[in-house]
Design a protein around this ligand. Sequence first.
Ligand code: AMP
Ligand code: MG
Length: 335
Amino acid sequence: MTGFLMLFTFGCSSYQEAEQLRVETSLFAMNTYMTFTAYGENSEAALESAKQKIKELESLWSVTDEDSEIYQANYSSGQFVQMSADTAALVSFALEMARKIEGALEPTLYPVLRAWGFTTEQKQVPSQEELDQLLSLVDYSQISLQGNRLTVPDGMELDLGAVGKGYAADLATEILREQGIESALLSLGGNIQAVGSRPDGTDWRIGIHAPWEKENLGVLQVRDAAVVTSGGYENYSEDTQGNIYWHIIDPSTGFPAHSGLQSVTIIGTDGKTCDALSTALFVMGPEKAEKYWRKTSSFDMLLVTEDNEVILTEGIADSFVLSDGRDETVRVLKR
Ligand code: AMP
Ligand code: MG
């Protein structure tokens, strides 16, 4: 049971019975500290399988690991490379979402992201000239995926960081369900995946971060849902004049997206869609995000604007409560 924390409680109420076996494990993968908690019989084995899957996906999708499939495709000099089924599915999904959200989600942004140093931790501010030159290498429509054969044109590079964790969370959830787990909470950095409800049948209570603060903005109650947050505060650098540059880039400029938002939380049924939308809607800003929400009906969102307004969609209006003492105004979007 190395790496697992097993907590036993004894008693005779149904809640205590359900709580009897709570297993928690953590790992560092995909540049994020992850914590998985599951309840009930078989939790330990199920979490171990989920953990293994995450590690396997990381080794397939890393942009810096020379052995990863994405690295191989990025350095293929324009030749096709055979992908595993999981990688092909992720690439296919990222391309489909890029087409749906034209302009905000760009799976081929890696040359620009590398120039900023976000994946190597050697952060710097590239010149506009350098960015313009790199942006000529950014265009998801030139990526070809035929079955599992992926072709990345010479000089272009994929980075699936905006959707990979969400996709990984979906696959981990699938593994837990297949192994009979009905109650679990997976936290992959800003990506939360709630499996079922808490063992006593009540909703999971998910803390939503107040951007740039240690405290929570509030608590959201959910069951069987993905809750995915994107925010500039999650990964950024600061120059000597105190200017802040964050990791979510506007593909039209190559610069960090300043769209009027501090954070975007998407709530929906699957992690991959929520992950794609959290990044894209951060780039789009509050007005376009609202339009996109009105056009599609498959998700809820919580936006924190630069003016500290909290915008909620009606589907979660009754499940979100601001923390005590917070003074943000809350506006609910209705259809
Ligand atoms: P997330 O934390 O899900 O919002 O994803 C942010 C990550 O996605 C960044 O660290 C980059 O690796 C990548 N990224 C940044 N901007 C974009 C963008 N506009 N489209 C696609 N990926 C992006
Ligand atoms: Mg995302």
